[in-house]
Design a protein around this ligand. Structure first.
Ligand code: TPP
Ligand code: MG
Length: 330
């Protein structure tokens, strides 16, 4: 079944209130920035396309919450949230998306090419599955350098039918590479339901073919995501090799740009809005005794941070013409 079994999410007593509030803040900022990116897109401030992760915040925030800055992360074109969760600045991310020189890549990469090596975000990739071998390379590099850093790779359900997925999982298993293969199964690859493209009941079961553990989790439960990723990271750091995580989630918006997502059955979006990952974490915090006023404060602070970031980014200049010849590898 591709829907959470329960609405409430289980508490984890090992996490203090500050850790939970920090995850809430990160999820709210991602949600807020995605709204601003959509607004900027409709105002023609974004060149190319956008692929928003609205609804999938628990997956990227929960997973990145157990990483260190020195751990690496790669993701897909639906990667604004992943890069922010890994620690990139709101202003520099937004500036990149609207093509300003203060952007993560000097405004020359755009929405689908967000890179911030300083925080271990080694790129978002537009070619489906192309970055799984790169995640292996980052893991191998870490091991050869004698570091215990791990490599986390986000990808969609669509990637699991691409050749590079199978080659990468096999090689990572054979070489016991410290990789966490993190599949955000948001039920669709572009306009096609994932169940129309696979005959397995759980994508996580594919891990068995390569001799690594595979787990399927509620991807809208930030605590469950954090726990599963934490276990995979521990295994990887201990030299025990890769893990495949399938986090079942849902994108609230269409695939890209202004896709109205007419291919989704009536009522499906409304059902998923009921299991919004942010509302579920807020509910958990309320059961811990965090007051509604405190939650509102966090929400307001996230809104202000997003507004300031957007203002800062939009006041920056586009890249200089000469920048065209900089950062060129030749
Ligand atoms: C190799 C390749 N084939 C096709 C495409 C076109 N394409 C872009 S996104 C996408 C769907 C991928 O779906 P999924 O992996 O589930 O990620 P999601 O968009 O749901 O996050 C496709 C087929 C591409 N970018 N790369
Ligand atoms: Mg998908």
């Amino acid at each position: 079944m591709d829907y959470p079994e329960r609405w409430e999410i289980d508490d984890d007593p090992s996490l203090d209130e500050a850790a939970l509030l920090e995850m809430l803040r990160a999820m709210l900022e991602i949600r807020g920035l995605e709204d601003e990116i959509q607004r900027a897109f409709t105002k023609d401030l974004v060149r190319g396309s956008t692929h928003l992760c609205t609804g999938q915040e628990a997956a990227v925030v929960g997973a990145c919450s157990v990483l260190r800055t020195t751990d690496s992360m790669v993701c897909t074109y639906r990667g604004h949230g992943a890069v922010l969760a890994k620690g990139a600045s709101l202003a520099a991310t937004f500036a990149e998306i609207v093509g300003r020189e203060t952007g993560l890549c000097g405004g020359k990469g755009g929405s689908m090419h967000l890179t911030d090596a300083g925080v271990g975000a080694y790129g978002s990739f537009a070619i489906v599955g192309a970055h799984l071998p790169i995640a292996n390379g980052l893991a191998l590099a870490a091991r050869q350098q004698g570091s215990d850093a791990v490599s986390l790779c986000f990808f969609g359900d669509g990637s699991t039918n691409i050749g590079a997925f199978h080659e990468s999982l096999n090689l990572a298993a054979v070489w016991s590479l410290p990789v966490i293969f993190f599949c955000e199964n948001n039920l669709y690859g572009e306009y096609t339901a994932w169940r129309a493209t696979a005959r397995v009941d759980r994508l996580a079961d594919r891990a068995g073919s390569y001799g690594m553990p595979g787990v399927r989790i509620d991807g809208n439960d930030v605590i469950a995501v954090r726990r599963a990723t934490g276990q995979a990271v521990e295994r990887a750091r201990a030299g025990e090799g890769p893990t495949l995580i399938e986090a079942v989630t849902y994108r609230h918006r269409g695939h890209s740009r202004t896709d109205p997502a007419k291919y989704r059955p009536d009522g499906e979006l409304e059902r998923w809005l009921k299991v919004d990952p942010i509302r579920r974490l807020e509910n958990l915090l309320a059961t811990r005794g965090v007051s509604p006023e405190r939650l509102q404060e966090i929400t307001a602070a996230a809104r202000d941070a997003v507004r300031d970031a957007v203002e800062e980014a939009l006041s920056a200049a586009p890249p200089r013409l000469e920048a065209l010849y900089e950062d060129v590898y030749a």
